[in-house]
Design a protein around this ligand. Structure first.
Ligand code: GDP
Ligand code: IMO
Ligand code: MG
Length: 421
């Protein structure tokens, strides 16, 4: 059971990047299993902030192997830019990173299709990051995709043109102007760079390493409430963001998984459209956004903010089989006298703790009010030193969810992390 999984329990941006980086020293391998450059995983150390989109968050630890698994969709242009901006030479990245030949490619026309579909949707748009995620996964499932391994074939260019031509036929139906050449230049430079990397069937590698007793951390992207099956469809992303996704996205058996770490913010945020029962439209919401610097890591969009939603958290814990909870950003709530936490919903005149199937019916949160900690906690490094109202809040979450909170993050830096065990 050498493969642990870390994933988001809310609508993404829970702090996965920071915590994967902080945990990396105890692992040999960090592997991304789904999503693509829609992800923005931030980590901070030595006063520098890095934002990763495709590369796993263990990459800054020089003796660790990082893997981009088959479940990820890769835009070569984004990959190249990211590889060049890491702050260490690409040769070193080539040593630390292996990419699955089975991962699907995001083509320039996937990005254009994403934008065309969204613009056509008008008011019902999903609020996609417009990175081509939906169209790339659509082509994967409809068996029309191009994969990383294809870039090594002699006829890659012909195959590429064939795919692009099919996309151009679809685009003719949309009143949407675009400049394909503009995207293509960077994309082909990215392909050239990717050819220098170890491209292989990483399912063999992961299983061999696990078999030898190496410790592997599977890094999720997005969050459970954005999962294609269990999120607020259609306001979701196009992959399985849940723990089961780690098995299909890396080629491992469920029998090989160990701990399943579920990460959540002490409050909630969401970028893009879709239901968000505890959303705050007032000064409290603005304070969470300002203090928490809640602006998208990938798109810079302001994140919608609200109180912690326990029915959603319990749902995520159930779907993922969470064994340990990690709580981030409690420091952001340091100035509040009182805080609220949603324990159930009222909908159609009835109280329920279940997530409704419909996402267009009014859902009113039922809150419990608690005392705020009202003090700066960012310098605290021991659980026992946290203020009592905060440990009471954590105990309440543990009681309501039945899962222990074993890590509390009190700031964006690697060091601002309190492990309880
Ligand atoms: P991810 O997508 O789950 O990796 O999360 P993001 O990186 O998109 O967003 C989390 C944001 O919160 C980033 O700006 C992090 O630097 C920051 N962050 C992470 N943990 C904490 C924390 O405990 N406190 C504060 N104040 N910021 C945090
Ligand atoms: P990380 O890994 C937050 C959201 C988008 C949009 C919906 C669909 O950083 O937590 P897509 O681009 O997948 O078509 O967008 O999902 N979304 C995210 N929100 N964090 C992310 O990733 C997200 N990736 C996608 O805002 O609502
Ligand atoms: Mg993010």
């Amino acid at each position: 059971m050498n493969i642990d999984i870390l994933l988001g329990l809310q609508w993404g941006d829970e702090g996965k990047g920071k915590i994967v980086d902080a945990l990396s020293p105890v692992y040999d391998v960090v592997a991304r299993f789904q999503g693509g450059p829609n992800a923005g995983h931030s980590l901070e150390f030595n006063n520098v902030k890095h934002i990763l989109h495709l590369i796993p968050s263990g990459i800054f630890h020089k003796d660790k192997l990082n893997i981009i698994g088959n479940g990820v969709v890769i835009d070569p242009a984004v990959f190249r830019k990211e590889a060049e901006e890491l702050g260490f030479p690409v040769e070193e990245l080539i040593r630390r990173l292996v990419i699955s030949t089975r991962a699907n490619l995001i083509l320039p026309t996937h990005r254009i299709l994403d934008a065309a579909y969204e613009s056509h949707k008008g008011n019902t748009r999903i609020g996609s990051t417009l990175k081509g995620i939906g169209p790339a996964y659509t082509d994967k499932t409809s068996r029309n995709g191009l994969r990383v391994g294809d870039i090594l074939r002699d006829d890659f260019l012909e195959r590429y043109r064939e795919h692009v031509n099919n996309h151009l036929i679809i685009l003719k139906n949309y009143d949407f102007s675009f400049n394909l050449e503009e995207y293509e230049a960077g994309w082909f430079e990215g392909i050239e760079m990717m050819r220098r990397f170890r491209l292989e069937s990483t399912e063999y590698l992961v299983n061999e390493l696990a078999g030898k007793g190496r410790k592997i951390l599977a890094e999720g992207a997005q969050g459970t409430m954005l999962d294609i099956d269990f999120g607020s469809y259609p306001y979701v992303t196009s992959s399985n963001t849940i723990s089961a996704g780690a098995c299909t996205g890396l080629g491992i058996s469920p029998r090989m998984t160990g701990e399943i770490f579920g990460i959540f913010k002490a409050y909630c945020t969401r970028v893009g459209s879709g239901p968000f029962p505890t959303e705050l439209y007032d000064d409290t919401g603005n304070a969470l956004r300002d203090v928490g610097r809640e602006f998208g890591s990938t798109t810079g969009r302001p994140r919608r903010c609200g109180w912690l939603d326990l029915p959603a958290l319990r749902y995520s814990i159930m779907i993922n089989g969470i064994t340990q909870l990690f709580m981030t950003k409690a420091d952001v709530m340091s100035s509040f006298d009182t805080i609220k936490v949603c324990t159930s919903y009222k909908t159609g005149g009835k109280e329920t703790d279940r997530i409704p199937f419909e996402n267009d019916i009014p859902v009113e949160p039922v809150y419990t009010e608690m005392k705020g900690w009202n003090s700066d906690i960012s310098g605290i490094r021991k659980y026992e030193d946290l203020p009592a109202p905060l440990t009471d809040y954590i105990s309440f979450i543990e009681k309501e969810s039945g899962i222990p909170v074993t890590m509390v993050s009190v700031g964006p830096d690697r060091k601002e992390t309190i492990f309880r065990v």
